[in-house]
Design a protein around this ligand. Structure first.
Ligand SMILES: [Zn+2]
Length: 275
C-alpha cells in the first residue's frame, strides 16, 4: 500500500502534471470506485490545488474536490493526448488539452475509493485523521502526548491513522528498526530518550524515502527499505538475520539484536507478554 512518502511524491508529480488544467470530462468506468452519490459535472472545473492528508489525495477544484484513497493496489497514471486507456481503468479525468489522468486498481478487491464533495465539506475519515508527521505542530512533545494517551503496542499505534496519519506496515517497520524499538513495546513505557529517537526515526525514514522516491520514481518494490520484507536477510546494522512475525493481518519485520534484546517474538495472536 502506498504510504506517506509515495503519496507525497505523487502529490508533487500531479502538481506538475495537472495543476491549473481545466477538466473536459470525468468518466467513471467502474461505478464501485465512486463512493458517494454525485449528480453534478466536473466539466469546466480547474484543478486549483493538490494536497495530501494522511493517505488521501485531494484535488481541489473550483468549488468541488475530488478525494482519492488508493488503498492497497490503486494507482494513478497521467496520459498524454492519444495514449490508450487501460482495460482495468476505473475512472478517467480528461482535461481540455486532451491529456488524461487514469485511475485504476490491480486485482479484484475493489477497495480504491473516490469521493466528489463540495470544497467546504470534509470526509469523516479525513476529519478523524491524527497528526501528520510533516505538520509543523508534530513535535517531540506532541509525539509524547500521543504515546501516553493510552498503553498501546508501538507498531499498532504508529499505524493508527487517527493518531498519526500516513504510516503503514512498511514504514513503521523501518522507523522502529531505526529507533531500535520493539514493535510490541508499550507506548506509555518509553523513556524521554526513546521518544526522541522515535521522533527522529519517523522524520528520517520518511524524508529519506521521499528523497529516494523523488529520484527513482514510485515503485511497489521499495528496494531501498532496510528490513521490511527482508526476512532472513542480514540486518544492515548488526548482521543478525531479520525476523518476522504475523501481527494483526500484517507481517512485522524486526531485528532481534537491535530491537528486542535478542528475543524472537512469538505470533502476537498467541502471546501477549513480550515487550
Ligand atoms: Zn540489527
Amino acid at each position: 500500500m502506498p504510504e506517506l512518502p509515495e503519496l507525497e511524491v505523487l502529490k508533487e508529480i500531479l502538481d506538475s502534471q495537472i495543476k491549473d488544467k481545466v477538466i473536459l470530462n470525468f468518466v467513471v468506468l467502474k461505478p464501485y470506485v465512486l463512493k458517494n452519490f454525485f449528480q453534478g459535472d466536473l466539466a469546466g472545473h480547474t484543478v486549483r490545488h493538490i494536497q495530501r492528508q494522511g493517505k488521501y489525495l485531494i484535488l481541489e477544484l473550483d468549488f468541488l474536490c475530488l478525494i482519492i484513497h488508493l488503498m492497497l493496489r490503486g494507482s494513478l497514471k497521467f496520459l498524454l493526448p492519444g495514449a490508450k486507456i487501460k482495460r482495468s481503468a476505473a475512472a478517467v479525468l480528461e482535461f481540455t488539452d486532451h491529456s488524461r489522468l487514469e485511475f485504476s486498481e490491480i486485482g479484484h478487491k475493489k477497495r480504491m475509493s473516490m469521493y466528489i464533495l463540495p470544497n467546504q465539506v470534509t470526509l469523516k475519515q479525513i476529519e478523524r485523521l491524527g497528526s501528520d508527521p510533516f505538520d509543523n505542530d508534530f513535535t517531540v512533545s506532541k509525539l509524547s502526548n500521543i504515546l501516553n494517551l493510552k498503553a498501546r503496542q508501538l507498531k499498532s499505534l504508529l499505524r493508527d491513522q487517527t493518531k498519526i496519519c500516513g504510516l503503514g506496515n512498511a514504514y513503521t517497520d523501518e522507523i522502529l528498526w531505526l529507533a531500535r524499538l520493539s514493535p510490541f513495546k508499550i507506548s506509555t513505557k518509553l523513556s524521554d530518550d526513546e521518544i526522541k529517537k522515535l521522533y527522529s526515526a519517523i522524520r528520517n525514514v520518511l524524508e529519506g524515502a521521499i528523497a529516494i522516491i523523488r529520484e527513482k520514481g514510485i515503485s511497489e518494490k521499495r528496494t531501498f527499505l532496510q528490513i521490511h520484507n527482508k526476512k532472513g536477510k542480514l540486518c544492515p546494522r548488526c548482521e543478525e538475520p531479520i525476523q518476522y512475525v504475523s501481527f494483526s493481518n500484517s507481517d512485522t519485520y524486526y531485528c532481534p539484536k537491535c530491537q528486542t534484546s535478542d528475543r524472537k517474538l512469538k505470533d502476537r495472536r498467541l502471546s501477549k507478554f513480550y515487550r
